[in-house]
Design a protein around this ligand. Structure first.
Ligand code: 13P
Length: 298
């Protein structure tokens, strides 16, 4: 069956994906999707159970079975790196197998810290495993910086030099050789920082190189994914969607608001997550109400 991300791509719209680093954040995010009639993905990345309080991918799946809303949400495993942000090797295949075994609807393998050939090899392994049970796979090519503990060159320097940007020719080869379904690309987008010292700092306003994105869409010919979706100007988001971006990941915006209000009470923090998710869906991404557009196809 065609995935919702693929349907969104054909219809030149996109699916929002929200990361859940603390399990009580999931219910208000689901509620925001339902109340705005938006289809979205509930996501957890490995670093969210290693460095935050998601617990484990199984605990997230358990919470999802309690609060997920069929027809409005699906469960996606975000970044499982082959080499993580601290340079450690990760047993990515067994983590992804566990997610598929406990019912995740789609998975991501992130071999972006590897040379092209090795990224292809690892991604292919995951594609074989997930496709054998009909689940789509996302991979990453290029470097979406931000999670690494080491300091980066200034954003202006990164953007103007195109450092880490996904190479269009490599994107074509990668898609052809791996059979991956969705590709996360680097076009100026950057992840919100996660280290203790910087995780509450306001995220910089990233720009997107839309001309570069057009080349990538042409070469890849599959739905592209925008990571680092917090704090990107609306105009860039809209052009990105028009040019093949069919999934947009949001983590920092809802995590920071949850952490900020947690000392007051969990329920206040949940309310703030709800309002923030509604605002992002309606104003920043302008994806609220995508459900009806996507549903025509089912
Ligand atoms: P932000 O933290 O910038 O929202 O990025 C989220 C993301 O890309 C998770 O994979």
């Amino acid at each position: 069956m065609e995935s919702k991300v693929n349907i969104a791509w054909r219809k030149a719209t996109a699916i929002p994906g929200f990361n859940i680093p603390y399990r009580p954040m999931m219910a208000p995010v689901v509620q925001a999707l339902v109340d705005t009639r938006t289809f979205g993905l509930i996501m957890v990345a490995r670093l969210e159970w290693e460095k935050f309080q998601a617990g484990s991918l199984e605990e997230i799946a358990k919470e999802y079975s309690r609060v997920g809303q069929e027809g409005f949400t699906q469960l996606h495993l975000d970044h499982v790196p082959v080499i993580d942000e601290d340079g450690q090797k990760v047993d990515f295949l067994s983590i992804i197998k566990r997610a598929l075994d406990c019912g995740y609807d789609s998975v991501m393998v992130d071999g972006s810290r590897l040379p092209l050939k090795e990224n292809i090899w690892c991604t292919k392994k995951v594609v074989e495993m997930a496709h054998s049970i009909g689940k789509p796979v996302e991979a990453e090519l290029g470097a979406v910086f931000g999670h690494e503990p080491r300091p980066l060159p200034s954003y202006e320097e990164l953007f103007s030099s195109g450092q880490g940007f996904t190479d269009p020719e490599q994107a074509g080869i990668f898609v052809k050789e791996t059979g991956v379904d969705w590709l996360s690309v680097a076009i100026g987008n950057i992840h919100g920082a996660i280290s203790q010292a910087s995780s509450q700092q306001p995220k910089l306003q990233a720009r997107l190189d839309i001309e570069h994105l057009k080349k990538l869409q042409q070469a890849a010919g599959i739905p592209l994914v925008l990571h680092g979706g917090t704090g990107i100007k609306k105009e860039y988001i809209q052009s990105a969607i028009k040019n093949g971006t069919a999934k947009i990941n949001i983590a920092t915006a809802i995590r920071q608001v949850y952490q900020r209000w947690l000392d007051t009470s969990v329920s206040k923090a949940q309310q703030e997550v709800y309002h923030t998710a509604c605002r992002i869906l309606k104003d920043e991404l302008a994806l609220a109400g995508n459900l009806d557009l996507l549903r025509e196809e089912v």
